[in-house]
Design a protein around this ligand. Structure first.
Ligand code: GLU
Length: 483
């Protein structure tokens, strides 16, 4: 059972299919992935589905899909297989049983027959006495014969770790150094449940060992499990991997661990909100880790070159939405129009005029924060607009606006229809009458788009087309005349 190839760096992500993958888990996955790639090692995906009660149908497939949708992949794992297959824990039950039995044989673990009622009773008593909940080791000293007789007679039992008494347990954390606790603080934890499934602790240690995992980069929330894992490695006599417990994200408002109560947290939901996977990855890269030169834009290949888990900051990291929005904009503007159109596909409303994509999209590209903004930014090109007369007349009186509108209609219907021509005509008109520049062009913008903020006016008018522009100008004119 010795680790056979410790020299190769092997990392893993071991999600449980109890829900959608958290955005923080995707960030953690990226770190494990990058560290393996940097060292020309392998990144393993393992599904930890030992909690059948909390498992969600379809989650195993979705975890794989969302990893791929983020542009990442695994070297070994479900669907791909590998030298340590299977990579789904529920298909490895026999391995865990063998290992747990082995520990019993070595007198490092024992059978426990305590009923649920008994365990609940001790828990309640401990609570009353303000003691931490812990197993009272009732079955720890059963003789081997008695335990086997009861087990063979079919009595339900679990296997518990026989935690050595009064001995220091040392967790070596890459970011924190040595963390030392006394073994008396560690519970005689269950390793094998009565339903034949291992607990997380047994499954994770056995698999990380058998799969030759050398580095475990995982969320800080697992740090309290680390002493249990260390004790297990020691009970088996196995070499320990490198552990790095990495701070988890805080909510965008900086308060508390990023949670569902303050907005969506699944990795998938960010793609659905119109964030580009490459912007998400870049965002994960710079949260909690800065390059010497502070440059924030980096691609996966650069990150793989530069990432070093020992440089990860221990400070909590706020999930800074403003930064994410900025990054997303940067990545959107790097796309070609064809690529932008392809990415926008799930966000384009049915009535979006596809034949005009190449004319419309360059005009709004600059203003897209997420892909999901496309409908709001483009709808005036293909849907009736709602004219805000109050706003239109706010700065000038009805007569002046009517005059201006009439003059524009006349000018434009006579002229030819191109950006330069439209611009020339309108600027001349404004200068001739000495109309207030800002007011005049705002009046025009509101009239033809219904909005105060739009892409550049002349380009927009050119794309809208002569007919639609005349129609909207005429509509505004009659609305004012009807006042
Ligand atoms: N199955 C655990 C999870 O759901 C894995 C924790 C670990 O990385 O050890 O996150």
């Amino acid at each position: 059972m010795k680790n056979s190839s410790p020299a190769v760096v092997r990392t893993r992500m071991a999600p449980s299919p109890t829900g959608e993958m958290h955005v923080g888990s995707m960030a953690m996955l990226l770190k494990n992935y990058a560290w393996a790639k940097k060292n020309h090692g392998q990144f393993v995906l393992r599904i930890e589905d030992t909690d059948k009660v909390r498992e969600i149908a379809g989650a195993v497939k979705e975890i794989q899909q969302v990893i791929r949708d983020y542009g990442l992949d695994w070297d070994e794992g479900p669907e791909k297989g590998g030298p340590h297959a299977p990579y789904i824990q529920s298909q490895r039950l026999e391995t865990y049983r063998e290992h747990a039995e082995k520990l019993v044989e070595l007198d490092k673990a024992y059978y426990c027959f305590c009923t649920k009622e008994r365990l609940e009773q001790i828990k309640a008593e401990q609570k009353n006495n303000k003691q931490p909940p812990k197993y009272d080791k009732h079955c720890r000293n059963l003789s081997r014969e008695e335990a086997l007789t009861r087990k063979n007679a079919g009595e339900a039992c679990v296997i518990r770790l026989k935690v050595p008494e009064n001995q220091p347990v040392i967790v070596n954390d890459l970011l924190r150094g040595e963390i030392k606790i006394d073994s008396s603080e560690v519970d005689d934890q269950v390793l094998m449940k009565s339903d034949g499934y291992p607990t997380y602790h047994l499954g994770v240690v056995v698999d990380d060992h058998l799969m030759n995992i050398t580095h475990i980069l995982r969320g800080e929330e697992w740090i309290s499990s680390a002493p249990k894992h260390v004790l297990l490695y020691e009970a088996f006599g196995w070499e320990k991997p490198v552990f790095a417990h990495i701070p988890v994200f805080l909510n965008p408002d900086g308060k508390g661990k990023m949670s569902k109560r303050k907005g969506t947290v699944s990795a998938r939901s960010f793609l659905e909100k119109g964030y580009l996977p490459e912007a998400m990855l870049n965002f994960f890269m710079i949260l909690g880790w800065a390059r010497e030169d502070q440059r924030e834009i980096m691609n996966l290949a650069e990150y793989i070159q530069e990432f070093d888990p020992s440089e990860v900051s221990l400070k909590s990291v706020v999930f800074d939405l403003q930064k994410l929005n900025w990054l997303n904009g940067v990545y959107i503007r790097q796309l070609s129009i064809d690529e932008l159109e392809r990415r926008l596909e799930p966000f384009l409303p049915k009535d979006f005029p596809r034949e005009k994509s190449t004319a419309i999209l360059p005009l709004v590209m600059e203003r897209l924060v997420t892909l999901a903004d496309v409908e709001e930014l483009t709808e005036f090109f293909y849907r009736p607009i709602k004219l805000d007369l109050q706003l239109l007349l706010k700065k000038a009186d009805a007569l002046l606006v009517s005059n201006q509108l009439m003059a524009v209609i006349k000018k434009l219907t006579d002229g030819s229809w191109s950006v330069t021509e439209i611009e020339k005509q309108l600027r001349t008109l404004q200068a001739e009458h000495d109309w207030h520049k800002g007011q005049f062009f705002m009046m025009l913008r509101l009239t033809v788009t219904g909005k105060k903020a739009t892409p550049p006016l002349f380009e927009t008018m050119a794309v809208l087309g002569k007919d639609l522009v005349s129609e909207r100008l005429n509509d505004a004119l009659s609305a004012i005349n009807d006042l």
